[in-house]
Design a protein around this ligand. Structure first.
Ligand SMILES: Cc1ncc(COP(=O)(O)O)c(C=O)c1O
Length: 388
């Protein structure tokens, strides 16, 4: 088969490479512990599973989803209620909310809805790799804005040249940030919105980690910034707070024209989310939130174990206020791929090399906390043993 040129423009997907490395090591008899992918190990809360079971029994839900690409109004109302309660953001469920098959889908379809071939999309470096694919599939020209440790892994708008800003059509942000665990304040979002308005740039905040925050920290939404509704769309997801990565349900909220654009793409590509999953989504958003609080306590304990282990071998990791990742410099400034290969060899543990997220990730690595306590403890013991 002659593949389309757009596929040739993509680097190998980071996690596929990691999966291959794990397979090779396992074939060599190594008991590999993977701290690579961020995919919650805990089950979905029981009341959410029950809501799905009940809804799946109803033949009315076996047809194409209600309101297809938009998501059921009941789900969109639920999202609007949650945004009001959680962030104090008022949303019109008819025009400013859209159901998604996960936030990854939203990022992708937004690019198809807004970018013409040759348009400039600015992506964070380091950043979640799927943004690049989404921009490239739309034929966009990708430019990078560096995120640096000394800036709290936030882009510096004062350092984006007038030339680049004037050419840019869209800027991706992601806070709380994958891979660095950095968070953004409302003041930062305000700077972003003011910049986007000045240069007429579409602003995206990918926010699927908004509920995974530690030490009582409350994350913000970009829609809390004044004027955000004029230029911004935010993606959020039920994947992480409710351990629902496999269910594929999320939401887009924000500027009605951007929402309508994504909706139009969806109308022509997918037919929305299985109704029964949307009913389960409503149960997740409107039901008891204790399971999420318990989950955060688990991740916080794991985070502290990882931080303590890395410090004990002389590394100074960032202390994440949110996300289930620990982002850390490699020891002695090692190249990230060399370090990841060495940890796999010496300890049988997979960490993600920072370079996989962009040039600015070089010299860093990421550990995901989504593995059961016993295996994480084992992985930390092995790393400690290999590097002390
Ligand atoms: C920054 C970021 N965006 C989007 C996603 C995908 O989320 P969803 O399951 O909602 O598609 C992930 C998953 O790891 C992520 O890290």
């Amino acid at each position: 088969m002659q593949k389309a040129e757009r596929l040739g423009k993509l680097p190998p997907y980071l996690f596929v490479q990691i999966r291959n490395k794990i397979r090779e090591a396992r074939e060599r008899g190594i008991d590999v512990i993977s701290l690579g992918v961020g995919d919650p190990d805990q089950p979905t809360p029981a009341h959410v599973v029950q809501a799905l079971q009940q809804a799946a029994e109803d033949p009315a839900n076996h047809q194409y989803p209600t309101d297809e690409e938009k998501g059921m109004l009941a789900f969109r109302r639920s999202v609007a209620g949650w945004y009001k309660e959680r962030f104090g953001v008022m949303l019109d469920p008819e025009r400013e909310v859209l159901g998604l098959i996960g936030s990854k889908e939203g990022n992708h379809h937004l690019c198809l809805a807004t970018l013409n071939p040759g348009d400039v999309a600015i992506l964070p470096d380091p950043g979640y790799p799927a943004y690049f694919a989404s921009a490239v599939f739309a034929g966009a020209q990708v430019e990078r804005v560096p995120l640096r440790r000394e800036d709290g892994w936030l882009p510096r708008f004062d350092r984006i040249s007038d030339d680049l800003a004037s050419r840019a059509k869209l800027l991706f942000l992601c806070y709380p940030n994958n891979p660095t665990g950095a968070v953004a304040s409302i003041e930062f979002y305000q700077q972003a919105v003011d910049w986007a308005k000045r240069y007429d740039v579409i602003l995206v905040n990918d926010n699927p980690y908004s509920e995974i925050a530690y030490d009582g920290y409350r994350t913000a939404s970009i829609l809390q910034a004044t004027g955000a509704m004029d230029v911004a769309v935010e993606f959020n997801s039920l994947s992480k707070p409710y351990n629902m990565t496999g269910w594929r349900i999320g939401m887009a909220v924000g500027n009605p024209d951007l929402i309508a654009g994504i909706s139009q793409v969806k109308e022509n590509t997918d037919s929305g989310i299985f109704n029964a999953i949307q009913y389960a989504g409503i149960a997740a958003l409107e039901g008891p939130q204790e399971p999420t609080r318990d989950l955060i306590a688990v991740y916080q304990r794991r985070r502290d174990l990882v931080l303590e282990t890395l410090r004990s071998i002389g590394i100074t990791p960032d202390v994440p206020k949110a996300t289930f990742y620990v982002w850390s410099p490699t020891p002695n400034g090692m190249q990230s791929a060399d370090f990841a290969a060495e940890v796999l060899e010496k300890a049988g543990v997979v960490v993600t090399p920072g370079l996989g997220y962009g040039q600015q990730g070089e010299g860093y690595f990421r550990i995901s906390l989504t593995i059961n306590d016993a295996r994480l403890q084992e992985a930390m013991d092995r790393i400690k043993g290999a590097y002390s």
